[in-house]
Design a protein around this ligand. Structure first.
Ligand code: SGN
Ligand code: CA
Length: 536
């Protein structure tokens, strides 16, 4: 590790170090560690009641802090979610509507504002916004595979210099984060964005976790065999299902070493070849049984989908183990260095994910499993341990929340709102709190074929409009139909609810300035770069 980079940091923001906001002293500014994983979802966390796996370190954050049960992505895709978090603004305002965009780093962002207020700032891990980070004193971001990065021996851009690190991505990102904490300028508070790649597709576990769930049979979601009869064309015409979309090589890893060596252009080989020989050996032995089982030819129809679901869960959940361990390492480290209680520690993911619900993997839809983001916050100075909040929150709220705690005036053009009143109130929802989360997804036509849509989610209902390619509305009664199996749009029994949800949607779109989605689409839609290249 090159410590000179941290020494260089100390010199940079000296000119602004005294500019603590709102007359607060610098000592009053807490450190902020924002841990964000990629595609981790609440169903895979025991503290959210998930029945798949234990996540002891995430559970510790929930036990010692606050769990938010209604935090939503406003555009459930990586780049867009990250841009919303950095700016506190919706996609149509920050300009990053889909993964083929390039982030306009010249705009106002959270790290720039915190830096101006005397914070030392860093981003480590997945960035995915194409343009070089601005507002960070230190960055070490994943490069390669269109910035998704690699699981093994990943490449980084470290303050403008290309470096390849040996080892497993989650461990390396954690090492870098702990290193930053140790070697930072200790005269300042710090803001660190600590962004994991795991557990993103194609779900490659750390060597120590390879095969750990091979003998585990996971419970299936009750709607694994959804026939989409209760919904419209968007659900039927997606391309993100285990039955047809899930690939034998990339997703299921059903290639022997010999087969991979015979076709070194295969994507699985490309990532396999990054692993050291002893890990490749372990990989070969772990996947041999799976390959043999598949090739026995006995798996067909529903049984085959169930089997794919088991393999998917084995890889996804084993990959996510490294993230839980990373949180454990971070908490231990902060405890040892005496920084644990004066640091706001946030755990979230760029969006949720489908773990077989509706027969799907991936995200993008405004349905519960992926619209909902995990959000855990530990900060004992303010938060009641073990508290839970049902306040409707969005990822655009993170920036104003951190600014608020840092004593920085929240710029009036930021669209999210500070969660501080909820946090200070043991999670209780203030009387004047917002009634709906807004959503707008743009990336279509593109990989996974999820049609563009917008909508709102309130405590009890969800209204969605698929407005492009088709013109279909869906309405869900979330109390009666939590798995969103039957749209009740145009059901006379819901006429009043429907009218009220339309009124609220209009109001929210006016409030956020997203009144003409068709126009936004013409101006901002970029399509999916890889999809265009493939010409699919
Ligand atoms: C890759 C994945 C997709 C995934 C996108 C976006 N395909 O393209 O399955 O939806 O990333 O994910 S893969 O064949 O390369 O694995 S995001 O989280 O970065 O938005
Ligand atoms: Ca993601």
């Amino acid at each position: 590790m090159n410590f000179r980079k941290f020494n260089a940091i100390a010199a940079i923001p000296a000119a602004v170090a005294g500019v603590a906001g709102c007359g607060q002293t610098k000592q009053a500014q807490p450190n902020i560690i924002f841990i964000m994983t990629d595609d981790h979802t609440t169903q895979a966390m025991s503290c959210y009641g998930g029945n798949l796996v234990e996540t002891p370190n995430m559970d510790r954050l929930a036990r010692e802090g606050m769990r938010f049960d209604n935090c939503y992505a406003v555009n459930a895709l990586s780049g867009p979610s990250r841009a919303c978090i950095l700016t506190g603004k919706f996609s149509h305002v920050n300009g990053f509507t889909d993964n083929a965009c390039t982030f306009d780093g010249d705009q106002q962002t959270l790290p720039k504002l915190l830096q101006q207020a005397g914070y030392q700032t860093a981003v480590i891990g997945k960035w995915h916004l194409i343009s070089e980070p601005q507002g960070f004193d230190y960055w070490s971001i994943l490069t390669g595979q269109e910035e998704q990065g690699d699981y093994y021996d990943p490449d980084f851009n470290e303050n403008g210099t290309a470096v390849t690190e040996k080892g497993y991505v989650t461990d390396i990102i954690t090492d870098k984060a702990l290193d930053f904490i140790d070697h930072r300028d200790k005269s300042k508070p710090f803001f660190m964005m600590f962004h994991h790649k795991a557990p993103h597709r194609n779900w490659m576990p750390a060597p120590r976790h390879l095969g750990m769930f091979n003998d585990t049979v996971f419970p299936e979601p009750e709607n694994l065999f959804d026939d989409y009869s209760g919904r419209g064309r968007a659900a039927r015409e997606q391309d993100m299902n285990l039955e047809n979309t899930f690939t034998e090589d990339w997703d299921l890893k059903l290639l022997t070493r010999e087969e991979m060596l015979a076709d070194t252009t295969n994507r699985l080989y490309k990532v396999y070849s990054r692993m050291p020989a002893e890990v490749q050996e372990k990989w070969d032995s772990v996947y041999a049984g799976r390959i043999a089982e598949y090739r026995s030819g006995n798996l067909k129809g529903r049984e085959l989908v169930s089997w794919k679901y088991q393999q998917y869960m084995r890889d996804y959940l084993a990959t996510a183990m490294s993230v839980d361990e990373s949180i454990g390492r971070l908490l231990d480290h902060l405890e040892k260095t005496g920084e644990l209680d004066n640091t706001i520690i946030v755990y979230t993911s760029d969006q949720g994910f489908f773990l077989g619900e509706h027969g799907w993997f991936d995200k993008r839809f405004m349905y519960e499993e992926c619209q909902r983001m995990p959000l855990l916050v530990r900060y004992p100075a303010v938060l009641k341990p073990g508290s839970v909040s049902s306040a409707i929150c969005m990822n655009v709220d993170f920036a104003p929340t951190f600014l608020d705690f840092a004593g920085v005036e929240i710029p009036s053009d930021i669209q999210g709102m500070s969660l501080r009143p909820v946090m200070e109130n043991a999670g209780a929802v203030p009387g004047d709190w917002r009634k709906a989360a807004y959503y707008h997804y743009y990336e279509y036509p593109a990989e996974h074929s999820v049609k563009r849509h917008y909508g709102i989610r309130t405590a009890d209902y969800k209204l969605i409009h698929f407005y492009n390619d088709i013109d279909e509305w869906e309405l869900y009664d979330l109390k009666k139909d939590p798995h969103e199996m039957n749209s009740v749009y145009n059901d006379p029994g819901y006429a009043g609810v429907q009218t009220e949800m339309h009124r609220l949607l209009d109001e929210v779109q006016r409030q956020y300035g997203d009144t003409d989605p068709d126009e936004t689409e013409k101006v901002l839609f970029h399509g999916d770069r890889r999809f265009q290249k493939r010409g699919k």
